[in-house]
Design a protein around this ligand. Structure first.
Ligand code: LMR
Length: 329
């Protein structure tokens, strides 16, 4: 078996390449649904590269982007059955099994990313991570996509009345459905990799997403209007199968966890940067008309969407919802 050279200190490289028996290699299949040129896509690749270097190739992380292996709705079963070992689904997608994750879907829950990170790195998420064990999942980290914006084909969306009658694609979350019914719009849940086609053929005529997804999935090719609303947060839980993780030698698991901690910081920085850069790219392409909401318009939308908080309180209890409200203060 491997001899581990525990160098300690700040050098994370602990396994020497010469000592790796290729037959003993650990392979981690990391499946996700977005493009490589997104914060999540790039962070998964960076994690794979760093892990390969730091374990001398003993651990090979194979990244499968773009729903190549599994799409939304299939990923979780694949993780349970051991067909893949890592995922990074949006929090909203966990909510069919664990409704508490809808806290992150609450409209206008976070005034800025720092506030979202306070929740992500605090005790509440540790409690939600504990609940994941029911399904034999282990939560390893939380990554950013960013704030969601609205796109549609009918008119610039500024006031709640503008949403009347539109048909939005949403992720699988009751809070997201409720958000659009409060605005008088229709909402249908569908997997991420079906959205481009659904917008193109008119199955839906609107959606909400982060700039990196709107840009890299070419949603802007079949949407006329983009409203910069920052109305909702989109983030990910980096997940593994708890039994699989336990089967990794502890020294190796430590390298993976330390590397993931470092990649998480990197990922969040990239998310901020890419959001701005890809918005500039959208502006340059000029294919989609971009509306910036004024503070008054944001407040009006926020007020219309307040009842969503009560709906979630009824579903998961007021305590958790109040804890999110406290973080906003
Ligand atoms: C979506 O389904 O719109 C997003 O969750 C995709 C993603 O993973 O960013």
């Amino acid at each position: 078996f491997l001899v581990f050279l525990l160098l300690g200190g700040c050098s994370p490289r602990v396994i020497d390449e010469q000592q790796v028996d290729k037959n003993e290699k650990i392979v981690i299949k990391f499946s996700h649904v977005v493009s490589e040129n997104t914060p999540k896509g790039l962070a998964a690749i960076r994690f794979a590269d760093l892990v390969r270097a730091r374990t001398g190739g003993y651990v090979e992380v194979q990244v499968f982007p773009d729903s190549m292996l599994y799409k939304d709705g299939e990923e979780f079963e694949a993780l349970k059955s051991g067909a893949v070992q890592m995922l990074a689904p949006a929090t909203s997608k966990l909510s069919t099994m664990f409704p508490e994750w809808q806290l992150f879907d609450l409209p206008f829950a976070f005034p800025d990313m720092t506030t979202a990170h306070t929740l992500m790195d605090g005790p509440l998420v540790q409690e939600l991570f504990t609940d994941l064990q029911e399904q034999k999942f282990l939560g390893l980290a939380m990554w950013d996509s960013g704030f969601k914006q609205f796109t549609n084909n009918t008119r610039p969306l500024r006031k709640s009345e503008d949403f009347q009658g539109l048909h939005f694609r949403v992720m699988t979350s009751q809070v997201l459905k409720a958000q659009f019914s409060e605005l008088g719009a229709q909402a249908s849940a569908m997997p991420f990799n079906d959205v481009y086609q659904a917008l193109k053929n008119g199955t839906v005529d609107a959606e909400e997403n982060t700039i990196s997804n709107i840009y890299t999935q070419n949603f802007y090719h079949s949407q006329k209007y983009l409203t910069l609303s920052n109305h909702g947060y989109l983030g990910y839980v980096v997940l593994t199968n708890a039994d699989f993780w336990k089967s990794i030698p502890p020294e190796v698991a430590k390298i993976l966890e330390d590397t993931l901690r470092e990649v998480t910081i990197w990922e969040r920085e990239r998310a901020g940067e890419m959001d701005q850069k890809q918005l500039v790219a959208l502006e340059r392409e000029g294919k989609i008309e971009i509306a910036h909401l004024s503070q008054m318009e944001r407040l009006q939308l926020q007020k219309t969407l307040n009842p969503v908080y009560e709906l979630l309180s009824k579903e998961i209890g007021p305590d958790l919802v109040n804890r999110v409200k406290k973080i906003q203060e």
